[in-house]
Design a protein around this ligand. Sequence first.
Ligand code: ADP
Ligand code: MG
Ligand code: MG
Length: 204
Amino acid sequence: TVKKEQLLEWLKDCAAVFAEQRDYLTQLDAEIGDADHGINMNRGFEKVLEKLPTMDAMSIEMILKTTGMTLMSSIGGASGPLYGTFFIRAAAAAKGKDELDLTDLTAVLEAGVAGIVARGKAEPGDKTMCDAWWPVLDAAKAAESLEAALPAMVAAADAGVASTVDMRAKKGRASYLGERSIGHQDAGATSTMFMVKALSRAVV
Ligand code: ADP
Ligand code: MG
Ligand code: MG
């Protein structure tokens, strides 16, 4: 199962990763966007990191909700409301849980992704973060144990990110470029992949 301490470890790891990958994500966004995705994710998770000490006493639901509200108010751009909604919807799905088994974790992630879709209306192949999230969810659903799920989710995230390269963007800023968005890796799918990898490190 995933314990509360592991979720806190995950958020801390995300903050470290987004500090480390800030320039890389920003460079990806520079190619077909406005060169701020790394800055956005770094700023958002720095704020989450600041709130971590206050989260020690919270339930899983409140940890996820606080994270979502913090990201929502600090990221800005398209990804702020999207990742914010992800965590807020995930929180609602974690209500009453002291720990998450594979079924719970899958339900929590699925609710989060449904929130992103409700907000951003992305469809498969639109070259968004959802093109990383959907294969990750499929991998989680197909797995027979949490131990098997995490590496499968990481592999699915990598494959999802790679699949965005040949896509033509239909949502967000990159869609303004039309055909010219083809041949570039989506920044948001890449940040999703980093979050999934951090999760797999936290849940061992
Ligand atoms: P902005 O584009 O406002 O500068 P960011 O650069 O932080 O915001 O985030 C851009 C990322 O957000 C994109 O790479 C893409 O993955 C994601 N994105 C944009 N629009 C949508 C959408 N409608 N649905 C899902 N993801 C989206
Ligand atoms: Mg941007
Ligand atoms: Mg921007």
